[in-house]
Ligand binder design. Sequence first.
Ligand SMILES: Cc1cc2nc3c(=O)[nH]c(=O)nc-3n(C[C@H](O)[C@H](O)[C@H](O)COP(=O)(O)OP(=O)(O)OC[C@H]3O[C@@H](n4cnc5c(N)ncnc54)[C@H](O)[C@@H]3O)c2cc1C
Length: 367
Amino acid sequence: MPEQLTADQQTLARRAADFARDELLVRTPSPGSRDEVIKASKAAGFYTMTQPVEFGGQAASALDLTIVRDELSAHNPPLLDAVFGPGPGVLAGVAEPLATHYLKPLLAGEKRAGFGFTEPEDAQRHTWAELDGDEFVITGGKGYVTGGADADFINTLVDVEGRGKTMIVIDTEATGVTIEQKFASLDGSHHAAFRFDKVRVPTSHAIGGAGQGLPRAMRQIGDTRLMFAAQCIGLMRWTLSYLAENLNSIGRNGKPRGESEVMRLRYADLRIRAYAARSMVYRTARLADRGENIVNEGIACKVFATETIGDIVDEAIQLVGGNALILGHPLEALYRRVRSLRLAEGASDILRVNLSRGKLDLDMGRI
Ligand SMILES: Cc1cc2nc3c(=O)[nH]c(=O)nc-3n(C[C@H](O)[C@H](O)[C@H](O)COP(=O)(O)OP(=O)(O)OC[C@H]3O[C@@H](n4cnc5c(N)ncnc54)[C@H](O)[C@@H]3O)c2cc1C
């Protein structure tokens, strides 16, 4: 678990903690500060950890990424999303022309990608395409594309007639692509809903072969689930430290607030759950680095870590009291931020159903 880190991994953890203190906590979010963090992250050697070796990246192990995400998040800093460079996502290992025109500029930060998986609420049919010579003709839409309004292209899950679910790169500037709505969610992130009206896309924009669309999309979602879980365990550490400080402070009766046994019972429960979450995420990262299939363990981590951070922040607000709900209070801000994690990249109950299917139908997964 975290304790069994090598000397190099302990150094990595310390470097991440220093970076959070010296480069993130000192800044307030703005386009300028984002660029400063990117520059500092490149200099500190974190930026390329998520990028493939053949494109100058480090392709860091799941455990190293977990260590850095855990340490950074344990400081609850701003601008966390600027630390790592864009990863290849579903474009990993694509052939030409996608490699030159999409993957390379994506990794260099010259183009931005969106991920189009969720169908609009009113969709009568899954986004589909028919083949016309060497072109797909795509009709439908995607309802919740993070960063969609600024994206140059969307990696989109499309049901292609005769080929099945296929991931296809769609340029946002292509004729027939419309942004129907731009919106923000509770956590402060921005999204767009797209409509595709007979959008013509070359068949060379298919990512991988026929039938590889869903497995590729699921792999991308699987990586993001472990990322969410690693961030959550760091945020649990931050919240519990904040709460410990509050409980050690003197209350209205002149005694430390945490002297009350009820407070202590509640605080202990939160620590027990954080300990379990942190242990499972590190174990799963180690399994991933051994090359094992961690689909079920990744699901378990995502569900448990995102629900636990939600409960911990909620309970911390309850124990700190009304001040924690004043707009701008760190717990109030964190409450809004972590709520979306139980829906994004797979709603908790849908993942629970998948986990049971993994065991009952496929005999997969560990305890
Ligand atoms: C911050 C944020 C960012 C997002 N970014 C993206 C993005 O970039 N790209 C993208 O494609 N999508 C994105 N999404 C959408 C996200 O993937 C979906 O919200 C999520 O998959 C749930 O789908 P849904 O909202 O359509 O809800 P539904 O599928 O309607 O589910 C709602 C609820 O119904 C129940 N339910 C539904 N189906 C089942 C089932 N099979 N078994 C058990 N219970 C079920 C569950 O309680 C579930 O929580 C994002 C969402 C958020 C909140």
